[in-house]
Design a protein around this ligand. Sequence first.
Ligand code: ADP
Ligand code: MG
Length: 694
Amino acid sequence: MGRVVGIDLGTTNSVIAVMEGGRPVVIPNSEGSRITPSVVAFNKEGELLVGQMARRQAVLNPQNTYYGIKRFMGRKYSELSEASKRVPYTIRRDELDNIKIRCPRLKKEFAPEEISAMILRRLAEEAERYLGEEVTGAVITVPAYFNDSQRQATRDAGRIAGLEVLRIINEPTAAALAYGLDKRKNERILVFDLGGGTFDVSILEVGDGVFEVKATSGDTQLGGNDFDKKIVDWLADRFLEEEGVDLRKDRQALQRLTEAAEKAKIELSGVSVSEINLPFITATEDGPKHLEATLTRAQFEELCGDLVSRLRKPLQRALKDAGMTPFDIDEVILVGGSTRIPMVQDLVRSFIDLEPNQNINPDEVVAMGAAIQAGILAGEVEDILLLDVTPLSIGVETVGGLTKKVVPRNTTIPVRRSEIFSTSENNQTTVEIHVVQGEREMAADNKSLGRFKLTGIPPAPRGVPQIQVSFDIDANGILQVIARDKTTGREQSIVIQGASNLPPSEIERMIKEAEEFAQLDRQRRERVEKRNRARALADQAQRRLREVALDFGSQFANRYRQDIDNICKEILDALEKEDDRRLDKSIADLEDVLYELNREARLQYKQEEGEGFFESIKKTFMGDDEEEYDWRRQRQPNPRYGNRDYPANYSPRDNGDSYPSANPPRYKPEGGYRIGKKNLSIPYENDWDDDDDW
Ligand code: ADP
Ligand code: MG
């Protein structure tokens, strides 16, 4: 069993963390950033890009760049608002009213779960590189307000990514867990999480290792993006009025507008005026058109007034459900990038009359909490009990289309509740039970989770058969329904239909495809790395030639020059002609020559200095039993992690103190070797005089 990580799979950004030495640690990605944009794209070559790379090329490739996918997870097409359908890529409804995302580049369609899986897979790979260990399991967070379908979809995404999803936990609960890990005194905390696409508020009681969620509420369709959209509309309406062109109809212009709007919004969190400049945003018969605007914080606040009022309702409801008033709250924790908006902070302040806690990082706290939960499940973290609740009531549609609630919202999970149902007609042998989730009176107004048909009921007068339907909500907040015919004592098998989730066969197919993708991805990456390595090796060889010429004279160097020059030429040629086989051979040849050269240089040193300075140093550090380092060992790529030899200019992360050395050390002192500060030394410089990476 490999490692278990915690993942905050955000609408906008995702973060991965792991427990190390009893503390949650955020893992930076290979670009050195601790948060990864939840953006997936396919570039011209059909290559998969995830994160910042995908985000950067969005404007030029809007149709093949997917962001905000979390908004589509576990939802039906018909449930989407007009605004959330407005994305620069194409989404479509399939025959089951499920959402499909078009990828013109690959001439393919994806389910939202598959796109999310690509993000999860990439994060897990980054973690594997960082940890030097396989990642097999994950705790993934979801907004507390996610319904059953949305949770299932998230779990399916994890499975498609090849991860065992050990637990789905609520984001605010995770945040509280990270905040309260060391808290011993009793506190009532309110977690206010406003991210890019969702809003969540939870109230918890924390103390002595017990985390009890008292109430949770929110809005899955409200977040920073909506603030961006307000600005986009404001800009587009003005432009339409002035120039007669609706920029929202042009995918590229819309993408640029959206990016500019977000930038302005973020600026307005710090300053009171923001300039928006978009040259060449479109062209008319009169020539190119530019967009220029000035947005003040006051204007922005006016535009978004209704969004801020929408934040109040879930706040009020959470307090009411928890049986508390604002005065009962001891601490407010702000989570999510959008809580940096001054107007949002003001709302919280005026509502609770408390200064929000400023000690936690709103971007990272959720992933850290997920890592702690992973630690709890792995037995690494003890003495913590997490009592979460179900965010929405679950019930059944009864005669007349009414909802009969079976598990009310904010019930502590895991929970099992049952109800007895019967037939409404004589000799009825089948009943259909429609399971819904939500707070509305009429079943049709709630989210339909599925329909269950119970068949084989022995004929009897109406009202006589007793069918017990049990609702099981597990610790993930995921529902299972078990039905039993009490008359016969038989458990009935039930069939779920109409839920917005993928059927198992589809998931199996997607898992396979995702593996193929990952394989392809790895091959591509290995190829790029090999090419980089070849270049670095050629440079290194030339550098070594110069060094030995300086140290031992040109005669010594000339013995190798011809060979090295020839092979380097061969390498460059193979690189240019993309001849991989020749490249492999030349790399091997050059490594052999370098090996010889280094060996001879070492002998030369021995001769020149005898048991001099160098030897004594070496003995001090390594002892006597030196083991010759073999260049060839470096050419064995680990089949799972790809090739871990990095090119000379590769520096995966800035704070990688615990990152295992990219190149195996040459000497192995007794009791193992230590990984020093300078742990990412260049493989081809790992020769005898480079001993300072110990
Ligand atoms: P999610 O949980 O949805 O992935 P995040 O918590 O990462 O989202 O928040 C992303 C949102 O926060 C985006 O809409 C982004 O524009 C917004 N955001 C980030 N920084 C700021 C800021 N300084 N001011 C206002 N909004 C911000
Ligand atoms: Mg978030």
